[in-house]
Design a protein around this ligand. Structure first.
Ligand SMILES: CC(C)(COP(=O)(O)OP(=O)(O)OC[C@H]1O[C@@H](n2cnc3c(N)ncnc32)[C@H](O)[C@@H]1OP(=O)(O)O)[C@@H](O)C(=O)NCCC(=O)NCCS
Length: 175
């Protein structure tokens, strides 16, 4: 039976669980473009306490026992000319995948993005990450470009793909 999962905003009390989850997922080099969570525990606590919700979004998905099994972060541009663009990253615990958590976290990102006037939701993903690319494509993201052989993994070089979803209708020209 599927666990009763809950998606909510992260609070400073979630910092340790978020770091643990991201470090666990990042340990598999083919999934994320980072070796480990980029902030210390203190920095993450401070960040979650102070982050402006119009600029940053941190979501967690908790399972039955309240444990953090999924995390999504998104931020939008602070320069006026980039305020319509956001960038996201997400990770789901390997033992809780294919239960719709990734999709629910993206739903939460999209709701936040629309409420903040974000028009271009962007992300970067390793070209070898078929699960993530399938999720993003099914959610309406499409490839807009790639940096060839950007990542060097143990088995060789891998492209970095940039994916985009227009949240309020695609714009080709004008404002
Ligand atoms: C990518 C990731 C976030 C997906 O999370 P998830 O909770 O398992 O995804 P969902 O259950 O919401 O899947 C939604 C849809 O995405 C697609 N999908 C997800 N995982 C897939 C896989 N392994 N193979 C093929 N399609 C997949 C399917 O269309 C799926 O719908 P379905 O289950 O009804 O067929 C998860 O695998 C993960 O954390 N990977 C490591 C970190 C990562 O890659 N992050 C993204 C880089 S920014």
């Amino acid at each position: 039976m599927t666990e009763p999962y809950t998606v909510r905003r992260a609070s400073p009390e979630d910092a340790a669980a978020i770091i643990r989850l991201v470090d666990d997922v990042a340990a598999q080099e083919e999934w994320l473009g980072i070796d480990r969570f980029p902030l210390s525990m203190e920095q993450e606590v401070q960040f979650l306490a102070a982050a402006e919700s119009s600029i940053y979004l941190s979501l967690v998905c908790t399972g039955e026992a309240g444990s953090v099994v999924g995390v999504l972060t998104a931020s939008r541009g602070t320069d006026t000319r980039l305020a319509h663009v956001s960038r996201l990253a997400l990770a789901v615990s390997p033992t809780h995948r294919r239960h719709g958590i990734g999709r629910r976290l993206l739903d939460g990102m999209e709701e936040w993005g629309r409420s903040q006037g974000v028009r271009r939701s962007t992300l970067s993903v390793l070209a070898s990450n078929e699960a993530a690319i399938a999720l993003f494509q099914s959610f309406g993201f499409r490839e807009e470009g790639r940096f060839e052989r950007q990542y060097r993994l143990q088995h060789g070089f891998v492209d970095e793909i940039w994916m985009v979803k227009w949240l309020q209708g695609e714009v080709h020209a004008g404002v």
